[in-house]
Design a protein around this ligand. Structure first.
Ligand SMILES: C[S@@+](CC[C@H](N)C(=O)[O-])C[C@H]1O[C@@H](n2cnc3c(N)ncnc32)[C@H](O)[C@@H]1O
Length: 257
């Protein structure tokens, strides 16, 4: 039997219209789609013939362990199928897509990576926040806010990051927000630095809470904010006052002007 192939496809950040043309094309030809929790289910309708397998990982509870997901991709491809591994945002941005690609390479399964629009840039964009802006910010970094054991045990070096880049984008940082904000202030970021928390960015449920490093954790708690959230830290957040094109409304407690 001829071996099939796997496409690691970025589904985009939420709005199904933000998948790439190539991603959509791979989806339409798929025999099997293995998809994650944050993927908009409407995208699955683009693969009407395909078998759908949910591999989603809710926080704290893994629907399928990573090794089983890897094995699943290899198994279906070995049976000659065109497999699409549909992942939220971009497959190689905190999505463990690299590990899946490694497993496919080891098993000698032909694979390709179809990049996606990452929530790291799309959620800020939909909240009216450019990550760089002439005269305001000329650099940004995207980091995980997970605990120290994240990304194979490599902790984020907050001390070095605090003042190394103009804009910080934190994924998966809501749980440790207070700790992260304290650490950044202790390492030299002013407590008055603006912060935006964008929840469910690019979707109809998008919410934005605005504050400063000094008070954002309290504001998030009061707003009862839940993941998924992208945090943007830096002076560019203030541009939202003029550029909030998608949702003009922040939560009642959110606005600090
Ligand atoms: C495991 S990471 C995957 C990131 C994904 N690969 C990407 O490029 O966007 C999941 C985290 O991404 C962020 N995220 C994903 N989609 C989001 C959205 N629509 N709005 C806000 N945050 C989102 C949240 O921080 C969430 O906890």
């Amino acid at each position: 039997m001829r071996v099939g192939s796997v496409a690691l496809v970025g589904a985009g950040p939420g709005d199904p219209g933000l998948i790439t043309v190539r991603g959509l094309e791979r989806l339409r030809r798929a025999d099997v789609v293995v998809y994650d929790r944050l993927v908009d289910r409407r995208l699955l309708d683009e693969a009407p013939r395909a078998r759908r397998i949910f591999a989603g990982k809710a926080r704290g509870a893994h629907a399928l362990p990573q090794e089983q997901i890897n094995a699943l991709l290899v198994r279906h491809a070995r049976r000659g199928r065109r497999v699409v591994r549909l992942k939220g945002g971009d497959p190689f941005v905190f999505g463990r897509g690299g590990e899946e690609a490694e497993a496919l390479a080891r098993a000698r399964i032909p694979f390709e990576v179809v990049p996606g629009v990452t929530s790291a840039v799309a959620a800020p964009a939909y909240a009216g926040i450019p990550l760089t802006h002439r005269g305001v910010a000329s650099s940004f970094a995207v980091v995980t806010g997970h605990g120290c054991a994240s990304e194979r045990g490599r902790p984020v070096d907050w001390a070095r990051l605090a003042t190394a880049v103009d804009t910080l984008v934190v994924l998966m940082g809501l749980e440790r927000l207070a700790e992260i904000a304290r650490e950044l202030v202790a390492r030299g970021r002013p407590a008055a630095t603006p912060v935006a928390l964008v929840r469910w960015g690019t979707t109809d449920w998008q919410e934005t809470v605005i504050g400063t490093l000094g008070d954002i954790a309290t504001r998030a708690r009061r707003a009862r904010l839940e993941p998924p959230v992208v945090a943007v830290i830096g002076d560019v957040v203030a541009l939202r006052d003029r550029l909030a094109w998608f949702d003009e409304q922040t939560l009642p407690l959110g606005a600090v002007r």
